[in-house]
Design a protein. Sequence first.
Length: 250
Amino acid sequence: MYTLKKSLGQHFLKDENICRKIVSALQQYSFNQLLEVGPGGGALTKYLLTLKNTDFKAVELDAEKVEYLLNTYPALKGKIVQENFLDIEKPFEGRFTVAGNFPYNISSQIIFKILEWKDSVECMIGMFQKEMAQRLAAKEGNKTYGVISVLLQAFFEVEYLFDVNEKCFQPPPKVKSGVIRLLPKREYPVMKSERSFFLLVKTAFNQRRKTLRNAVKGLFDAAILTDNLFNKRAEELSVEQFATLTFSMK
C-alpha cells in the first residue's frame, strides 16, 4: 500500500463513477497521445491504460506512488515520468491531451504550464478545487473573473463540466471540486504581443478595485487614458478588449 502526503496535496480519487465520467469526457475528442498528471493511487490510470491506440504516459513525483503503480499496473512499465510536472519538458512530439486530478496546491502553476504548452495541448480535462475551476471558466463581470481567467481564455475555450463531492476522495478534502475541459481556440484574439497582453492583464488586476485608468496609467500615454473604457474596472473588460488595448500601450 502507500501513505498519503499532505505536503504534496494528496487527496486521491476513489469514486469509480467520477473516473468513468472523466474518461467519457476525454473520449468526446480523438487523440493519440495522452499525459496523466499525478496518477497517485491509479484510480483514473487504470481506465486510461485501457484506451486503444493511445500512447500513454503519466508524470508522478512521489517515488512511493511510482513503486505502487508499477507493482499494481505492470502495463505502466516505461510509461511513468518520475518528476515534478512543473519541471518536465514536453512529454511527446506533436499534439497531445492532458488529464488529471491535479494537486490543488499547485493548480495555478499547472495552468501556466498548460499555457506554456498551448501550441501542443489539443485538450485538457482536469479536476481542480471548485473555486479554482469556477475562476478559470468565469466571464467578465463575475467577481471570480481575474488574471488567470483572462490569460487562459485568450487561448482556450473553457468549459465547466461537473462538480465532484468531497466524499469521492480519500481522504476527503475540506473543499468541493470541479472538472473543466480546455480546448484550444481556433483563432487567438489579435494582440500586440503575448508579453504586452500578460503585462496589461496582470497590472490591471493587481489593483482590481481601482478604475483601469488608475491601475494601468503607467502603461499608457495620458491622451490614451481619456478614453471612456478606462472608467471601467479590470473585471468588466472582456478578453478581446484586453487584447485590443495592447496596441495602445507605450
